[in-house]
Design a protein around this ligand. Structure first.
Ligand code: SF4
Length: 482
C-alpha cells in the first residue's frame, strides 16, 4: 500500500504535490519523495513522514510545472532510503515514475532484465522493474521522437510482462504526465483538473481525497487497461491498451482508504456504514447481546456507529487513540509495532466497567493487536468482551501490495471462530460474511461487478499466482501486520 500524486499544468507543482502527499500520508509513513522537472530533474526523497522530509529550501529547489510525489509503505525491497520513490531513468527522454501495488513476478523479471537486457536494478523497489520495462520499449518505439503511440506501446509491454497489481503515475521529461493501471484495476486511482490563473492543471492521485483536498474537480477515470497522457499543452489523451477485467480491492473499503474518498465512484464512508448494518444483523443472528458498542479507532468507527444504531444499543468512544503514534499496520517492524500500540490506545474505564462490551475492529490479522485490545477492555472492567470484525477471516496472503501477513501467521487460518476468540482472549468473535462485505460496496454500485477478495477467498483475480510466487512473496515480506 502506497500513495502517489502527479501534477502538470502549473508554473510550479511542488506545493500541490506536497499538500497531496500530506492528504495520503495514511497510505505510507515509511518514506516519501518528490521529483519535478523544469529542463532538468529535481529530486528530494527521504525516510519518515512527509512533514519531516521536505523543508522550505526543498520547495525552492523542486522547480517546474511537471512532477510526481509518493509516500511509501514498503512491500518488496530493503525498506531503506534507496527504495524511496519516485524513480527516474535518464533514457529515453528522462522518465520519472511512482506506483502503488506489487509486481508478483518481480524475481523473474529482475532476472530477465539482467540476462536479456543487461540492466541492473538500483534498488529493491518493484517500480524500478515497471520503469525498466516501460523505458526499454519507449526507447525502441520512440527512436524517431516521442509519440503518444510509442507511449501506448510501452504501457502495452508493461501489461504484457508485469504480473500483479499496479497503479502507476509518472512523467516523460519535456513531454507530459502519464498514468495507467493494470487491466484488473485492483489498486485505486483518481484524475482531476482545476483552473488556476487562467491555466488548466491536471492531477492524478491514488485516492480521490487528495484531489478534492486540493480543489481539483474529479474527472471520470475509465476502465482499467486504459492509459492516460496529459501533454504540456494540456491535451488529454486516453486510450484503451488492454481489455479491462476490473476487480477493485475490497479491503480498500474496509481499511486502507480514507472514509472521505470515493473509489470506483463508490463512497468509502457509505460502504463502511453498510458494513456496520450487515455485521449487526450477523451479530444479532448469533443470539449474542451487548450493552455497548465500542470501536477500535479509527478505521472501524463508521461501521461501529452503524452497527450500534442497527442493534439499538449505545455507541461509545471507550478507546482513545494518541493520534501522534502512527498506524501500527505501517510500523516498520514487529517490536516497533508492539511498543507503539501500548502508547497508542487508552481506555475510558466508565464505558467498560461492569458491561458486556462489543468491540468492533476492521479486521483481525495475526491477533496480537486484537489480544492486547481485549486485555485493555478487561483491565478497564468489562464483564464480557465480544469482538466483531467488519472483514471476514483473513486467511490468504495478499500478493497485490498489502503486507498483511504470511499464511502461517493469520490467526484465523485453520481455526474456528471459537478458537480465534480463545486465541485473542475474547468471549466470542463475530466476522462479517464475505458476501455481505462485497454487497456493502456493490449494492449501491452495481456497475462494480466483481471485486478482489483474494485474502478472504483465495480467489486471485489475475489467475496467474503460482504456489512458488506465494512462497516467494512470503519470503520477501518485511512487515507482517499485527
Ligand atoms: S488480496 Fe485482499 S488486500 Fe490484496 S488486493 Fe485483494 S482484496 Fe485487497
Amino acid at each position: 500500500m502506497c500513495g502517489f500524486i502527479g501534477v502538470v499544468g502549473l508554473d510550479s507543482v511542488v506545493r500541490e504535490i506536497y499538500d497531496g502527499l500530506l492528504a495520503i500520508q495514511h497510505r505510507g509513513q515509511d518514506a516519501a519523495g518528490i521529483v519535478t522537472y523544469d529542463g532538468r530533474f529535481h529530486v528530494k526523497k527521504g525516510e519518515g513522514l512527509v512533514r519531516d522530509i521536505f523543508s522550505a529550501a526543498n520547495f525552492e529547489r523542486l522547480k517546474g510545472g511537471l512532477g510526481v510525489g509518493h509516500v511509501r509503505y514498503p512491500t518488496v525491497g530493503s525498506g531503506g532510503g534507496e527504495d524511496a520513490q519516485p524513480f527516474t531513468a535518464t533514457y529515453p527522454f528522462g522518465i520519472a515514475m511512482a506506483h502503488n501495488g506489487n509486481v508478483a513476478n518481480y524475481a523473474d523479471l529482475k532476472r530477465e532484465l539482467a540476462e536479456q537486457g543487461h540492466r541492473h536494478l538500483y534498488s529493491g523497489c518493484d517500480v524500478e522493474i515497471v520503469l525498466n520495462v516501460f523505458a526499454a520499449t519507449l526507447a525502441i518505439e520512440a527512436k524517431d521522437g516521442f509519440t503518444i503511440a510509442a507511449y501506448h506501446a510501452a504501457v502495452g509491454e508493461v501489461y504484457r510482462r508485469v504480473r500483479g497489481a499496479y497503479s502507476v503515475v509518472g512523467f516523460v521529461a519535456g513531454k507530459g504526465l502519464f498514468a495507467f493501471r493494470d487491466p484488473f484495476g485492483i489498486k485505486p486511482i483518481a484524475f482531476g483538473k482545476k483552473e488556476v490563473a487562467g491555466k488548466t492543471a491536471y492531477a492524478v492521485a491514488s485516492e480521490s481525497v487528495v484531489l478534492t483536498a486540493l480543489d481539483f474537480e474529479l474527472l471520470p477515470w475509465g476502465p482499467p487497461g486504459e492509459a492516460l497522457f496529459v501533454d504540456l499543452e494540456g491535451n488529454v489523451h486516453v486510450e484503451k491498451v488492454a481489455e479491462p477485467k476490473p476487480h477493485p480491492c475490497v479491503f480498500e473499503f474496509v481499511y486502507f482508504a480514507r472514509p472521505d474518498s470515493y473509489l470506483e465512484g463508490a463512497s468509502v464512508y457509505r460502504a463502511r456504514l453498510a458494513m456496520g448494518v450487515r455485521l449487526a444483523r450477523t451479530f444479532a443472528a448469533t443470539g449474542l447481546e451487548a450493552d455497548v458498542v465500542i470501536p477500535v479507532p479509527d478505521s472501524a468507527r463508521t461501521a461501529a456507529l452503524a452497527m450500534a444504531h442497527e442493534l439499538g444499543i449505545p455507541y461509545r468512544e471507550g478507546l482513545v487513540k494518541n493520534r501522534y503514534v502512527g498506524r501500527t499496520f505501517i510500523m516498520a517492524n514487529d517490536g516497533e509495532r508492539k511498543r507503539s500500540l501500548r502508547h497508542k490506545l487508552n481506555t475510558i474505564e466508565e464505558e467498560f466497567r461492569g458491561k458486556d462490551v462489543l468491540l468492533v475492529d476492521d479486521s483481525i490479522v495475526r491477533g496480537n493487536t486484537s489480544r492486547q485490545i481485549v486485555q485493555l477492555a478487561r483491565a478497564a472492567g468489562a464483564r464480557k468482551v465480544l469482538f466483531a470484525s467488519t472483514a471476514p477471516p483473513l486467511v490468504h496472503p495478499c500478493v497485490y501490495g498489502i503486507d498483511m501477513s504470511t499464511r502461517r501467521e493469520f490467526v484465523a487460518r485453520g481455526r474456528t471462530h471459537e478458537e480465534v476468540a480463545r486465541e485473542i482472549g475474547a468471549d466470542a468473535v463475530v466476522y462479517q460474511e464475505l458476501d455481505d462485505l462485497v454487497r456493502s460496496v456493490t449494492d449501491d454500485h452495481p456497475e462494480i461487478r466483481q471485486m478482489c477478495t483474494a485474502c478472504f477467498s483465495g480467489d486471485y483475480p489475475t489467475g496467474d499466482i503460482t504456489p512458488e510466487m506465494l512462497l516467494q512473496i512470503e519470503d520477501e515480506r518485511l512487515v507482517p501486520r499485527a
